[in-house]
Design a binder for this molecule. Sequence first.
Ligand SMILES: [Zn+2]
Length: 417
Amino acid sequence: MRYQNGKGVRPAGVRVGLIGALLLVAAGLVLGTARWGNTLRVPGATAASPSSAATPAVRAGATVAFLDVGEGEAVFIRSPEGQTLLVDGGEQEAGPQVVLPYLRKQGVSRLDVVVATHPHSDHIGGLLAVLEQMPVGRVLADGQIHTSYTYEQFLRLIEQKRIPFQLARRGEQWRLGSWTVTVLHPSEPLLPAGLNSNSVVLRLTYGQVSVLLTGDLDDAGEERLLAERGTETTKATPSGNSRKTAGSSDSPAAEVADVRATVLQVPHHGSRGSTSSAFLAHVSPSIAVIQVGADNPYGHPHSEVLHRLAAMKGLRVFRTDLQGTITIRTDGEHVEVETERAGTGVQAPPAAAKVNLNTATQAELEAVPGIGPVLAQRIIAYRANRPFTKVEDLLAIKGIGPKTLDKLRPYVTVDGT
Ligand SMILES: [Zn+2]
């Protein structure tokens, strides 16, 4: 499946229930409402696939949960059949405080696979408690050399518990129930730039839906990832818990060559050293998730990255610092996003993300909180006669008074002013 720059998420195709989830698409800003919980549904299919309003919500499908571990990363993936994968575990305290309680609440008593993207403590720290307290089928990791107490503990636990360990290298592929999991990065020889550059990158596909998990990948890593999009074939991981079966319609070569994804985990907590425009263009996501801690000392996510994301037409951006744990549910066709918290406290979007009153489509206008279908039509009718010269021109439109104007100001612009 392929979203062509948001083609698959046009509000026209969004179910009626979505109205409850106020969303500001261009701003990459999503607010939930109590009425519908904090759930957003988008048709995860191309135009060829039916995604009518009558389709029930995603129920028994797969989940990808981006846990709110503060500044760090922990992603839990479950297949429709119940197989489990945990990618990273946040800082050490996140293990007992967030990750394990979450897994138990979900009824998870065993992890089929654990992946450590790289040895930094905000990724592997929380895995210590997980490895201590939960049976794990096998561990895949980048295998870079790093001397820290946390990393040594991590390796010691794997050894003590006799958990099968495997290097994650480009081309490895296994089945996790209905998911196909492919390692896209790193490849040998590893990049010299450092631990982040060689973060393990996974691409998960289920039906028409794909998810790209990126760890703390930096620009050097992104460049190699794009450069290596080739035609090499994958090798099925021998210890995979569900091997590829004969007659499978999946094409391993195509999968390893492909970086496109419905859902992108924004690399390195939204650091400006990652998420280049070229990378974004190739991944072409419909949904982006930034796993980042509130008030972190690095200033993540950096405004440059928010601007690059905002420039992606139709892309919706979710942030764990603002919305808590972000859960993606999918049946392989449709995608539903649930946020733990409504987007209260969401910052005003950067200027580049504002909706231009002179060029915005009906749908883009409707996505602005405070502008419904009627006002959107009036705005379009107004500018058909004369372009807006300033935001205050909105006052000429029936139904928009000074109060409404003030509410709209953070979200609208006139040709970027
Ligand atoms: Zn990190």
